[in-house]
Ligand binder design. Sequence first.
Ligand code: NCD
Ligand code: ZN
Length: 343
Amino acid sequence: MKLTLRRPDDWHLHLRDNDMLTAVAGVSAARFARALIMPNLVPPVVARADAIAYRTRIMQAVGGASFTPYMSLYLTENTQPSEVVQAAKDGTVLAVKLYPAGATTNSASGVADLSKVMPVLEAMAQNNIVLCVHGEVTHAEVDIFDREAQFIDTVLDPLRSQLPELRIVMEHITTRQAAEYVTSSAGNLAASITTHHLMINRNHMLAGGIRPHYYCLPIVKRESHREALLAVATSGDPRFFLGTDSAPHTKNTKLSECGCAGVFNAANTMECLASLFEEQDALEMLEGFTSVNGANWYGLALNEETITLEKRDEPMSVPEPIVIGDDVVVPFDPARPIYWHQI
Ligand code: NCD
Ligand code: ZN
């Protein structure tokens, strides 16, 4: 069985910088036409000039591959509305990213007090600039498995009431509550979903031994949440689209006393998704999720190139680790045989 679809886009991707960028950029560029690049470098991509310089480094790392990186700006409490408006108006950036301070990898410069960024958010609403949010509260007293649901009630919903014109992507949703919140919203809200949150639940990470390569943020939840995500991803609802959140960390930094959050899934995402969508009897919805809905949300033309996936008798092997100096980045293991191959 073969499946041909428009070349996919990745609306949430970490490419890092320096040696890591050099090592991983080609993996995404060979598979995806375009990606929205996350700005959580150290230091973060806060200014228009940072985004321009980072984009140049990405294009160098990609070499001749046909791949378009779309840049995002990292929102801080010092971000000036004029900087954001100029960067979006002249096409330097496609979106602005809100990290609650301390929510995830390299988010120390994020926003602790949302009222401080209201002028920026108002300017974004007026100028039709998309806000991508890492949707988790960060208070120490909130259980890590409840942080996304609580973010919806205490941050996202009040923000949307205050600024209904602001176009928001709730990034890498992981819960039934988030899926339902987006489904039931009246407008200006979409969500990206990762490959791994569609494939694994917290038992994969924690039962029978702890598997650090499945540790990411927002943390994977129980099976009923995975099922809710799969239901909306395969439903054809145009508000849901792929953002892999492929987030490479070296093996040494993941397998340590305080291991890093992030799953590196860029190398086998399409094969994994084909397998999942087939299981759901929803292969005809795959193209919408990976190659149409996100582009439409961002107001971009659809890719005209296509890719072909083929189902074979032999499963695909987990991609080889990527060597970086004397360390490696370990690709996502989908925890089941994947019979789809990209040809
Ligand atoms: C991401 C990273 O490593 O930059 N980690 C992750 O677990 N997803 C940051 C993020 O998107 O939260
Ligand atoms: Zn991410």
